[in-house]
Each structure stands twice: as structure tokens, then as C-alpha cells.
Design a protein around this ligand. Structure first.
Ligand SMILES: Cc1cc2nc3c(=O)[nH]c(=O)nc-3n(C[C@H](O)[C@H](O)[C@H](O)COP(=O)(O)O)c2cc1C
Length: 175
């Protein structure tokens, strides 16, 4: 019944974070393809009020890792993308941009994990991002270690999802 787009549906539903990566850089071809998928993300009024910083320098990665409380994936990964919200950009658009790049990465065999910069001002200072811009999250990228996703899911208390019945309402939000 899901054909002909069953693969796309399964990819969307099956996306899971990867926190352990092989010790090698992702190819430029894969990086370009992931960024290109991001470029085509729709945005409010098509304003594309974003920029993306590709961080691969080990010193920069280490400094960024200091800016959040749960940045082990960033320390493990060879590349981190930082979507920057330009002035008047929307967080909604940045979320779509990020998810599109993560889905595109998965389609290419590249694992990813969002990481939060709890000290966003520090992250912005590391990256040279101006005060009136946002840089709250990074997306780590790398080739998954064999079995990384399953192992991560089994270890994580955060895996699984609430049932639909716990989140869907009809016509009005009633608690
Ligand atoms: C906005 C956002 C911020 C996140 N920040 C972090 C983070 O700082 N560190 C981390 O390890 N994972 C982070 N994650 C990953 C979530 O923990 C993960 O998406 C969630 O637990 C579901 O995991 P699963 O994809 O394995 O089902 C973040 C996810 C989102 C959407």
C-alpha cells in the first residue's frame, strides 16, 4: 500500500542517531551531497535565512565540544555541521534544514547526531558568529562504526517513542 515511495517512508521513520563513528573523514562527495540536500530545504517565504559552517579542524571541534553538556558524539565524529540562524530566520526552518541533511546523510551511509551547545554564546565565539545570529546546535557526521546505531539505541534511555495515543488529539487539545 505504501508503494512506490515505501523506501522514503521507511527512511524517514527509521532515522536514528549515530554517536560512534569510524576514524576516517567523510568524502567530499558525500559532504557536498548532504549540503546540497540542505540547500534545497524549503523555508518561510523562501528566505533561506541560514548559513552552514562545516567544522573539520580538530582544534575547532575540541573547542566546540566544550560548549555543550552532552557532546560525546561531536568528539567521536570527524565532521560537525553548524546551521547558523541569520537575523530574522526561524528555528522551524533550521529544524527542517537539519533534518533534511540528516536524512540525506543516512541515505548515503553517513551517520549523524544533533548536539546542543548549552553555552551558545561560547559556541558563537568559537565560530566567529555575530551576536544577532543563532548557533545553538551542531550535527555531527561520520561513517557509523559497525552496529553503532543498534548498540547506541540499546544503551540509551532515550530510545523508543511514545505511542500515538499519547500525542495525537482531534480538533482540540484536551488533557
Ligand atoms: C534538538 C536536539 C538536540 C539534541 N542534543 C543532543 C546532544 O546534545 N547530545 C546527544 O548525544 N544527543 C542529542 N540529541 C539526540 C537525541 O538524544 C536523539 O534524537 C533522541 O534521543 C532519539 O534518539 P534515536 O534517534 O536513537 O531514537 C539531540 C536531538 C535533538 C532533536
Amino acid at each position: 500500500m505504501l508503494d512506490p515511495n515505501a523506501d522514503v517512508y521507511e527512511a524517514v521513520k527509521g532515522l536514528r542517531v549515530v554517536r560512534n563513528f569510524e576514524d576516517r573523514q567523510i568524502s567530499e562527495e558525500h559532504l557536498d551531497a548532504i549540503l546540497e540536500a540542505g540547500r534545497w530545504t524549503g523555508s518561510s517565504k523562501n528566505r533561506q535565512n541560514w548559513a552552514i559552517i562545516v567544522v573539520q579542524d580538530p582544534g575547532q571541534l575540541e573547542r566546540l565540544a566544550e560548549c555543550g553538556d552532552f557532546t560525546t558524539p561531536l568528539r567521536n565524529a570527524p565532521t560537525t555541521l553548524v546551521p547558523v540562524r541569520l537575523p530574522e530566520g526561524y528555528d522551524w526552518d533550521l529544524g527542517r534544514l537539519s533534518q533534511n541533511m540528516m536524512l540525506a546523510a543516512a541515505a548515503l551511509g553517513v551517520g549523524s547526531c544533533p548536539v546542543t551547545f548549552h553555552r551558545e554564546d561560547d559556541a558563537k565565539a568559537v565560530l566567529g558568529v555575530a551576536d544577532d545570529h543563532g548557533a545553538r546546535f551542531g550535527i555531527t557526521l561520520g561513517y557509523p562504526e559497525p552496529d553503532a546505531e543498534r548498540a547506541g539505541r540499546e544503551r540509551s534511555p532515550l530510545s523508543g517513542r511514545k505511542p500515538l495515543g499519547a500525542m495525537i488529539y482531534r480538533d482540540r487539545f484536551e488533557t
